[in-house]
Design a binder for this molecule. Structure first.
Ligand SMILES: Nc1ncnc2c1ncn2[C@@H]1O[C@H](COP(=O)(O)OP(=O)(O)O)[C@@H](O)[C@H]1O
Ligand SMILES: [Mg+2]
Length: 375
């Protein structure tokens, strides 16, 4: 039997933590190992390993169809994903990097803001294979105190990116896009919310046209023409117009959205479709931020897979004219590993008894420790 050592819980100032994230793009598992020093006010980290491992095609297919599955299939998938994460992490992480703790977000297959949320990937297999305690199911505790269970990354942005002198916006473009508004330290409240589509619409349109793959570096979108009339019409939708708190999922901006708008897109060549969807993503991000910018200048710090899409960066530069667009790498945070790093840090927050939600962001009645322990 594996002996699990929990003595690190209070004494160790620096905790080696492994974070695991699988986002709405369902592209794979982001893995990050970092040495973390955390106080309620700030976090310092030293990344030892960061990588993304693609889902095997069969597992990806099962995750994509999970929304329509019956209970038995979901239960099997929950355990099989847990087994696969344990096997993958065991194979990927060298012995000398075995962490003190693991923070595993899991794959969201359902999220009903404020009511319930469901992340799968049974953590027992990770705990058993690595002999390391796992913190998982981070969102439930926030919902139990009246919060939406999302977004959780804003506190990570506060700990890692909020600055004494500069107004910053942290932007993550995964399948869905979200921002954290980071006023100059000690100023106004931090605000965090989903702005609407991220890469999901472009990904789905690309698959429709080419059956597989992604628009690598946004090359096809670069070659297309933006149809501004469509962009300005689409950003009038009720989600984008709504004030935070708000969160979106693939059910809002994914295949279903494309079906509804097919009559507008089908007449365009694929390059124009991708360019127009890209501009829509950029415009909805900008629209979401406008109420907080108010003539300010500062930095827009981008992470997530969308950071590799050159046309998206260009569309953001056109809009955020008073902001410097910088990738999170510049701050030592790998663009593809930011959320995995975030959950590594939230696991440390659990161990240290530090609350992991920001009530003003999630709508919770109070700050609370997030996660559940599997030893
Ligand atoms: N080299 C690249 N060029 C263009 N787009 C990319 C590239 N790498 C990743 N992406 C985009 O980023 C998405 C994945 O981003 P990610 O941050 O992992 O999202 P999620 O958190 O939703 O899984 C891909 O589906 C793709 O649209
Ligand atoms: Mg991903």
């Amino acid at each position: 039997m594996n002996k699990i050592n929990c003595s690190f819980q209070v004494e160790k100032p620096i905790i080696r933590s492994l974070g695991l994230m699988t986002g709405t793009s369902m592209d794979g598992l982001d893995i990050c190992v970092a040495d973390i020093e955390l106080s309620p006010e700030s976090a310092a980290f030293d990344i030892k390993y960061s990588n993304t491992v693609a889902f095997p095609p069969e597992l990806k297919e099962r995750i994509q169809s999970a929304l329509n599955c019956n209970t038995g299939l979901i239960s099997d998938l929950h355990y099989d994903l847990g087994r696969w994460m344990a096997d993958t992490v065991s194979a990927e992480i060298p012995k000398e990097l075995i962490p003190d703790i693991i923070g595993c977000h899991g794959q969201t297959i359902f999220h009903n803001h404020n009511v319930s949320t469901f992340q799968i990937g049974e953590p027992s297999f990770l705990a058993e294979s690595l002999g390391v305690p796992v913190i998982s199911d981070f969102r439930a505790r926030d919902i139990s105190v009246g919060g939406c269970g999302a977004p959780l990354i804003p506190i990570i942005d506060k700990w890692l990116l909020q600055d004494k002198n500069e107004f910053r916006i942290s932007l993550n473009v995964g399948g869905i896009a979200n921002v954290t508004i980071l006023p100059i330290l000690d100023g106004e409240n931090i605000i965090g919310f989903d702005t609407g589509p991220g890469m999901a619409l472009m990904d789905e349109a690309y698959i429709n046209a080419f059956s597989q793959g992604i628009d690598t570096n946004g090359k096809k979108a670069q070659a297309g023409q933006v149809h501004d009339d469509l962009v300005y019409q689409w950003v009038e939708d009720s989600f984008i117009q709504k004030s935070p708190p708000k969160s979106a999922g693939r059910h809002d901006y994914g295949l279903d959205w494309l079906k509804v708008h097919n009559h507008e897109l089908e007449t365009l060549v694929i390059e124009d479709q991708l360019a127009t969807l890209c501009a829509f993503t950029a415009e909805s991000i900008y629209k979401g931020c406008v109420p907080y910018i108010d003539g300010k200048n500062g930095s827009l710090i981008i992470g997530g897979g969308g950071s590799h899409h050159e046309r998206l960066i260009h569309e953001l530069e056109k809009r955020f004219t008073t902001f410097q667009i910088r990738k999170s790498d510049e701050f030592g945070i790998p663009v593809d590993g930011k959320e995995a790093l975030g959950f590594a840090i939230l696991a440390v927050a659990y161990v240290k008894g530090i609350p992991g939600n920001l009530p003003q962001v999630t709508g919770a009645r109070k700050a609370t420790i997030l996660g559940k322990l599997t030893i």
